[in-house]
Design a protein. Structure first.
Length: 114
């Protein structure tokens, strides 16, 4: 992977893909996916990933399920996952952390003022 760092943002909202690309692409290689199942498919296809930003409320497979499955994959248990979600409940955050996530970032995402 060299010096390039790869971030995969998994969110079903296209607006969030655009914001994350704009925020992160000057420094990181950014890929975007629309649901948890696609994140599993991506990782299992041996694509590079250093960090996954994972929404929780998504179609097909929610972020909690995706995190649990990602963390169970051989060689992926130590890869950081950060939940990026509109859920604000303490119980949701605790549940995500017990699944192996490193942190929570709460939406809505906003571009920083320059």
């Amino acid at each position: 992977m060299g010096n390039t760092k790869y971030i995969v943002a998994v969110d079903d909202q296209v607006d969030n893909h655009l914001i994350l690309n704009e925020l992160l692409s000057p420094v990181y290689e950014v890929g975007t996916l629309s649901n948890g199942q696609k994140s599993l498919d991506y990782v299992q296809s041996c694509q590079p990933v250093d960090l996954i930003l994972l929404d929780i409320v998504m179609p097909e497979m929610d972020g909690f399920t995706a995190c649990k499955k990602l963390k169970s994959l051989n060689g992926f248990a130590d890869r950081p996952v950060i939940f990026l979600t509109s859920l604000e409940g303490f119980a949701d955050e605790q549940h995500g952390l017990t699944l192996g996530a490193e942190d929570f970032i709460h939406k809505p995402l906003e571009m920083p003022f320059v």
